[in-house]
Design a protein around this ligand. Structure first.
Ligand code: BES
Ligand code: MN
Ligand code: ZN
Length: 495
């Protein structure tokens, strides 16, 4: 899909479809006004006849509106003007694109950037217009033998009220973030028999080639030499060899400390010997969405050419039962030297992440952020709306919360108090890998915090936000928008 910007009013445009907003009740937004004038009151007539009143979530397609050079006009309900904000803006774009994609239009012009949203500038509006458009058009058909017929819609142009150079920057960011999200979604949606640790490593290598990233893949024997006994204990039950994938993006001076992103890459989580129940187990192919978000974010960062250094670290493994699999009660030694009693082999995410977190020390990071579909408890607590956020530094947490709010990819700060560490006591090892039912997401984060003491660190539990279940099952590409926005904010700075 091609995205463009155009300045000015839409009244003389030859276009497959022009989408304009209507507020509740029946109040035309400026672009709609100008079309209405050119069409000698036709839009107002439609409103008067009661075919569109501007309620949010509604849309009305007009064919062959008189005196206009465009084939179609799409009236999009924006809801009440006083309630119009970031969410309504994104919904309007998505709603419009959904309708237009089903028409015969080859190109479309969307007139939403003119709408006022408190606290948001043209950069934000163009960035989000591109992301919402790409999000609405996303399809995953790699595994179907018969593809749905190709869409006619080839190009989407966002109409800007005036000539503002900042819009172009927003659009470029939106394009890059949308492409990163699409990559993360594709990897997440692929089944686990295709998307194995080896496949993830190959995809990382390809990404490296396309975007000039340094890529290194550590094999089982490399991890053995490093003493990653915890990570390796998870891979024992699987025929698939584990990988530790390292990617580097250098957009700033060498001496600038990098942000390290660590992504959980369990390509399938059966639970291991602590086997999961059968219901919805297929969704455990999404247990590598943290890894996918690291790859997607690196792609976005590279396309935006951000002035920062970013390292991606992806511990990748399957979690399977098998003759050699780890048993409940087994004790392993992590790379940090801490011993772990594995009381439940289904709490495997923290076992691969802890060694990756220790490995991250060698990059002398300004901050480390891990991203993981870590706990079912996080889904119970926050559903599929907010990502769970934990940090050993409040200013880093604030920064991520703000990036998430700006990206409409929101997180909620949860506690990491010492009181919870008690639950991880083991009679036989330094730490147990589970802390019982109460506060399951917190104790998982507490476990990780023991391996992240030497740097500023945040943990994103994306168990509820990385994919949606049900009729529209699929990966969401979150938290690529939050992380990309965070890195836009960090680039060009050094602390
Ligand atoms: N990948 C799962 C977490 C998960 C479960 C994410 C369901 C999304 C939906 C993780 O590896 C896991 O199994 N966690 C256990 C931990 C427990 C054994 C302490 C869980 O949440 O049940
Ligand atoms: Mn598990
Ligand atoms: Zn898991």
């Amino acid at each position: 899909m091609e995205f463009n910007i155009k300045a000015g009013a839409p009244d003389r445009l030859a276009s497959g479809c022009i989408a304009v907003g209507v507020f509740d009740k029946r109040r035309l937004a400026p672009a709609a006004e100008s079309l209405d004038r050119a069409a000698r009151g036709h839009l107002r007539d439609v409103l008067k006849r009661g075919d569109m009143d501007g309620r949010a979530g509604t849309a009305r397609l007009l064919l062959d509106a008189p005196h206009l050079a465009c084939d179609r006009v799409l009236l999009v309900g924006l809801g009440r003007e006083s309630e119009f904000g970031a969410k309504q803006y994104r919904d309007a774009v998505r709603g419009a694109v959904n309708v237009i994609a089903d028409t015969g239009a080859r190109d479309a012009h969307l007139c939403f950037p003119e709408l006022h949203i408190a606290g948001k500038d043209m950069v934000w509006k163009l960035r989000h217009a591109a992301i919402a458009t790409a999000d609405a058009l996303y399809q995953f058909e790699q595994m179907k033998s018969k593809k749905s017929p190709a869409r006619r819609l080839r190009s989407v142009t966002f109409m800007q009220p005036g000539r503002s150079p900042t819009g172009a920057r927003g659009l470029a960011q939106g394009r890059a973030i949308a492409a990163g999200m699409a990559l993360a979604r594709d990897l997440g949606n692929l089944p686990a028999n295709v998307c194995t640790p080896t496949y993830l490593a190959e995809q990382a290598a390809q990404l490296g080639k396309s975007w000039k990233l340094g890529v290194q893949v550590l094999e089982r024997r490399d991890m053995e030499r490093l003493g990653m006994g915890s990570l390796l204990s998870v891979a024992r039950g699987s025929r698939q060899p584990p990988k530790l994938i390292v990617l580097r993006y250098n957009g700033a001076a060498k001496r600038d400390k990098p942000v390290v992103l660590v992504g959980k890459g369990i390509t399938f989580d059966t639970g291991g010997i602590s086997l999961k129940p059968a219901g919805e187990m297929d969704e455990m192919k999404y247990d590598m969405c943290g890894a996918a978000s690291v790859l997607g974010t690196l792609r976005a960062v590279a396309e935006m050419k951000l002035a920062c250094n970013v390292v991606g670290v992806i511990p990748a493994s399957e979690n399977m039962p098998g003759g050699a699999a780890t048993r409940p009660g087994d004790i392993v030694t992590s790379m940090s030297g801490q011993t772990v009693e594995i009381l439940n082999t289904d709490a495997e995410g923290r076992l691969i992440l802890c060694d990756a977190l220790t490995y991250a020390e060698r990059f002398k990071p300004q901050a480390v952020i891990d991203i993981a579909t870590l706990t079912g408890a996080c889904v119970v607590a926050l559903g599929n709306v907010a990502t769970g956020l934990f940090s050993n530094q409040d200013t880093l947490a604030e920064e991520l919360l703000e990036a998430g709010a700006d990206a409409w990819d929101r997180a909620w700060h949860l506690p990491l108090w010492d009181d919870y560490q008690e639950q991880l006591k083991s009679p036989f090892a330094d730490v147990a890998n589970i802390g019982g039912r109460p506060a399951g997401s917190v104790t998982a984060a507490c476990f990780l915090s023991r391996f992240a003491e030497s740097y500023r660190w945040a943990h994103l539990d994306i168990a509820g936000t990385a994919w949606v279940s049900g009729k529209n099952k699929g990966a969401t590409g979150r938290p690529v928008p939050m992380l990309s926005t965070f890195l836009i904010g960090r680039s060009g700075k050094q602390d």
